[in-house]
Design a binder for this molecule. Sequence first.
Ligand SMILES: Cc1cc2nc3c(=O)[nH]c(=O)nc-3n(C[C@H](O)[C@H](O)[C@H](O)COP(=O)(O)OP(=O)(O)OC[C@H]3O[C@@H](n4cnc5c(N)ncnc54)[C@H](O)[C@@H]3O)c2cc1C
Length: 383
Amino acid sequence: MIVVVGAGLAGLQTVVALRAQGYDGALTLLGAEADPPYDRPPLTKALLVGETDDTTLEADSAALDVDLQLGVRVTAVRDHTVATDAGELAFDRCVLATGAQPRRLPGAGTTLRTKADALALRAAMTAGARLVVVGAGWIGAEVATAALARGVHVTVVEGLDRPLAGALPADIGSRTLPWWSGVDLRLGATVEAVQPDAVLLAGGERLSADRVLVAIGARPDVPEGPDLTPAGAAAVDPQLRTSLPDVWAVGDCASWQSARYGTRMLVEHWDAALHGPTVVAANVLGGAEVWDPVPYFWSEQWGRMLQYAGHHPAGDRVVWRDGGDRWAAFWLAGDRLVAALTVDRPRDLVQARKLMQRNATVDADRLADPAVAVKDAVAGFPA
Ligand SMILES: Cc1cc2nc3c(=O)[nH]c(=O)nc-3n(C[C@H](O)[C@H](O)[C@H](O)COP(=O)(O)OP(=O)(O)OC[C@H]3O[C@@H](n4cnc5c(N)ncnc54)[C@H](O)[C@@H]3O)c2cc1C
């Protein structure tokens, strides 16, 4: 019996991959939410602006022959047994795909992680309503974009001095500042208290709101049992194996040891939850595949498509490609390309990611030139 814990993208993909790779034994998928597996990125995009109500992932649990049990939370993983709030279940092998939970602040304020959260936020986003968002990160930016489109008055409170400060270096975050012009953006602000209808700032200012959204990042959500990293993720080896026998972990809840970057990686993005399960399924079935991708994510904000690949802390300098509104930043370690951020330059991003996968060295001058295809900026390419 294989038990997969967590019925999100990574959990569902694990089930799909196990069947695709020939596993025909008993398979159970346990999910804490009442909804069948659904996609989260549209929650801050199409769903929030009202273009869709349903982001359910396509899956036929009958065809997959999986015992899908919803509304069941696993509280602990022990020796070949999971404890749930509905009793215990024995397993031969187990995969944790339990994702992450939003960080909260003491006091009130809503968060956005689930479909129910997004539908409730959308219902509150009527024209003229006042929304205060704490945090100018990825979720904060996408929610503010959708809220403005719905005629909501948006205030965003950020403790640091620029948007996206937690994710990107200062010079990048500052470049996005002009995009926020329709928002009352409070940078360097300290939140003293969050109330249901207001955010109180240090210094005494009270920002009244019809709704307060706390969007200050997420923290891995792992049931008791496996060893955790300091960030609270399941610590997995390069084959996605946890410290417990016959238990693997994948997606937002897992932090893997990367040979590519020489460090432990925690990547809470869709692409890893989509592709990691292929590797985890192979290893659950006796393989020895290594998970060490060039990470990728995207964000849609202010009418722009931001895409990122790689791991910029591995870089020692930045090369800018200035194409007006459509720009890119590339991080190099020596002459090796290790990360890229592109704004409305999807082809550049795809090509940059391929160069990173090949561990290619590049010519920085050609990389900086928007007239040169990124793939042609590889070192030694005929000019
Ligand atoms: C609003 C939003 C927008 C996003 N937009 C983007 C984007 O634009 N681009 C991008 O790259 N990424 C984006 N992401 C991130 C992406 O959605 C996640 O990386 C992805 O959902 C991770 O999938 P997962 O299956 O690992 O975890 P999750 O999607 O979190 O699924 C985990 C599931 O496990 C369940 N669970 C947790 N604990 C237990 C337990 N103990 N027992 C049973 N079940 C449990 C949870 O209820 C949940 O349903 C976004 C995320 C959010 C929340």
